[in-house]
Ligand binder design. Structure first.
Ligand code: CMC
Length: 426
C-alpha cells in the first residue's frame, strides 16, 4: 500500500499521508491540506469522508458484510441476545457469565422511571409522535441523573441506565397514548420479555410470554444495534464532540433517526405498502413513479449509501417475517405486496444499474406489525435497538485523543462585500 498520496495544485505538489484500516480500507489524511495549500475538500453528505477511526463495526457495502467487533451479524442474530450484543458493542468483548449476570441485575435496578417523569407524558398532545416524546424524555434524564462523571464505573452505570430506561419510556408512552394503565417492568423477566410484557399485558387479559417472539425481538434489536457512521450516529458524535452530556447527544441521535430517509423508513415502508393496497395501485406504476426524476416518490426501504448489494440485515429480516407471521398466525397482505415489489425492482434495469436493493427497513415493519407494535412506534423500536451503538460510538469518541470538536468548512456562495442601507432609503 502507498504510504503517501501526492496532490498537485498549480504545479505545487503536496504529500498527504495514507491511513489503512484493519480490513484494508484506505484513506488520504487531508488534515494539513488547508493549512499548506489554502484548499479544503468538498463532500456534501460526507459520502467520501472518514470522520474517525473506529474499532466497533465493520461494513463492506460491496460484499454485504456487517460485523460487530469482528463477529458476523448472522452469528449474533442467531445465537446472541440483545443485552449480550450491547455489552459486546460497548466494551469490545463478549461478557463472561458473571458480567452478564451483573449487567442484568443493573438493568433491572435501573428499569423504573422516576415518578416525576410520568407527569411529562400527560403534557404532550395525544397525537404527539413517540419519537419526539422519546428524544425529549431522554434529554430530560440528565436533570434527574446529573452525577455523570468520567470514570469508567459511573459511565457504565449511565450506559445501562439509558438502555434500561429507554425501554420503559417507550412502553409507557404507548400505554399512556392509549389511555391504558401503565405496566411496570418485572425483575423476573429478561430485557426483551419485559418490553413485550410492558407493551401488551393488561389487568384484564394477562400477556402470555412467547419464547419465539422474545427470541425474534432479540434478533430484531441485534440487527439494529450499530451501523457505523450513519446519520444518527454521526449526530451523536458531532453533538458529543462539543463535550455535551451523553443524554443530550443520544437525544440528538434519536431526532436524527426519526427522518424517513433514515430510521423513519420502516414506518414509511408500511405506509407505502398500505397505500398501494388501499388505492389498488399496480406495481408497474409504483416502480415507474420511483424512477421518475420529476416525482419525489421513492421506493421506501430500497437503496443505501453503503450497501451496493443486498443488505445482510434485510436478508435476516425477510426470513423473520415468515417466522413471526407463522407464530402469530397472522396473514399479512403487505408481505405479499412487499415480496412482489422486491421481485419487480430487482429485475428492473434502473434498480440494477443503481445497485438499489432492499435495506433493513423494507421488511422490518412487517415483522413489527406481526408482533402487534403500532406503526407510529416502529422508529422507536429502531431507536431502542440502536442505543448500544450510539453509546459505544459516543464512548469511543470521548476517549479518542485524536478527536476534536466537529466543525466542517464550507464554500461560501453568497453576496460579496455589501453595505447596510438605512430603511428610509430602501
Ligand atoms: N427509490 C428510487 N430511486 C432511488 C432510491 C429509492 N429508494 N434510492 C436511491 N435512488 C436513486 C437516486 O434517485 C439516485 O439517482 P440518480 O443517480 O439518478 O440521481 C441514485 O439512486 C443514488 O441515490 P442517492 O439518493 O444519491 O443515494 P444516497 O446514498 O444519498 O441515499 C438513501 C441513500 C438510503 C437515503 C436512499 O437510497 C433512499 O432515499 N432510500 C429510501 C429511504 C430508505 O429506505 N431509507 C432507509 C435506509 S436503511 C436504514 C438506515 O440505516 O438508515
Amino acid at each position: 500500500m502507498a504510504e503517501f498520496a501526492r496532490l498537485v495544485i498549480d504545479d505545487k505538489e503536496y504529500t498527504l499521508p495514507v491511513i489503512e484500516g484493519s480490513e484494508g480500507e484506505k484513506a488520504i489524511d487531508i488534515r494539513s491540506l488547508r493549512h499548506e495549500s489554502g484548499y479544503i475538500t468538498f463532500d456534501p453528505g460526507f459520502g467520501n469522508t472518514g470522520t474517525c477511526r473506529s474499532a466497533i463495526t465493520y461494513m463492506d457495502g460491496e460484499k454485504g458484510i456487517l460485523r460487530y467487533r469482528g463477529i458476523p451479524i448472522e452469528e449474533l442474530a442467531e445465537h446472541s441476545t440483545f443485552v449480550e450484543t450491547a455489552f459486546l458493542l460497548i466494551t469490545g468483548k463478549l461478557p463472561s457469565r458473571d458480567e452478564l449476570i451483573r449487567t442484568s441485575v443493573l438493568l433491572n435496578d435501573y428499569s423504573l422511571l422516576h415518578e416525576d417523569m410520568r407527569s411529562f407524558y400527560q403534557n404532550f398532545p395525544r397525537r404527539a409522535h413517540p419519537m419526539g416524546i422519546l428524544s425529549a424524555m431522554i434529554n430530560a434524564l440528565r436533570s434527574f441523573y446529573p452525577e455523570l462523571v468520567d470514570i469508567d464505573e459511573e459511565l457504565n452505570k449511565t450506559f445501562l441506565r439509558l438502555i434500561s430506561k429507554i425501554r420503559t419510556m417507550a412502553a409507557m408512552a404507548y400505554k399512556i397514548s392509549r389511555g391504558h394503565r401503565v405496566i411496570y417492568p418485572r425483575p423476573d423477566y429478561s430485557y426483551c420479555a419485559n418490553f413485550l410484557n410492558m407493551m401488551f399485558d393488561n389487568p384484564v387479559i394477562p400477556y402470555h410470554m412467547d419464547e419465539d417472539l422474545e427470541r425474534a425481538l432479540n434478533a430484531f434489536w441485534i440487527l439494529h444495534a450499530d451501523h457505523e457512521q450513519n446519520c444518527s450516529t454521526t449526530a451523536v458524535r458531532v453533538v458529543g464532540s462539543g463535550k455535551v452530556n451523553i443524554y443530550a447527544a443520544i437525544s440528538a441521535g434519536i431526532s436524527a433517526l426519526w427522518g424517513p430517509l433514515h430510521g423513519g423508513a420502516n414506518q414509511a415502508v408500511v405506509l407505502m405498502l398500505e397505500k398501494i393496497i388501499h388505492d389498488g395501485m399496480d406495481l408497474d406504476t409504483v416502480i415507474a413513479r420511483a424512477k421518475d426524476k420529476n416525482d419525489d416518490f421513492r421506493l421506501m426501504g430500497f437503496g443505501h449509501r453503503v450497501y451496493k448489494t443486498y443488505d445482510p440485515r434485510a436478508k435476516i429480516m425477510k426470513k423473520m417475517c415468515d417466522i413471526v407471521l407463522s407464530k402469530t398466525r397472522h396473514e399479512d397482505p403487505l408481505l405479499d405486496v412487499a415480496r412482489e415489489l422486491e421481485e419487480r425492482a430487482l429485475t428492473d434495469e434502473y434498480f440494477k444499474e443503481k445497485n438499489l436493493y432492499p435495506n433493513v427497513d423494507f421488511y422490518s415493519g412487517i415483522v413489527l406489525r406481526a408482533m402487534g407494535i403500532p406503526t407510529n412506534m416502529f422508529t422507536v423500536m429502531f431507536a431502542i435497538g440502536r442505543l448500544p451503538g450510539w453509546i459505544a460510538q459516543w464512548k469511543e469518541d470521548y476517549a479518542d485523543p485524536e478527536m476534536k470538536i466537529s466543525r466542517p468548512r464550507q464554500i461560501y456562495t453568497g453576496a460579496t462585500l455589501n453595505h447596510y442601507i438605512p430603511l428610509s432609503e430602501r
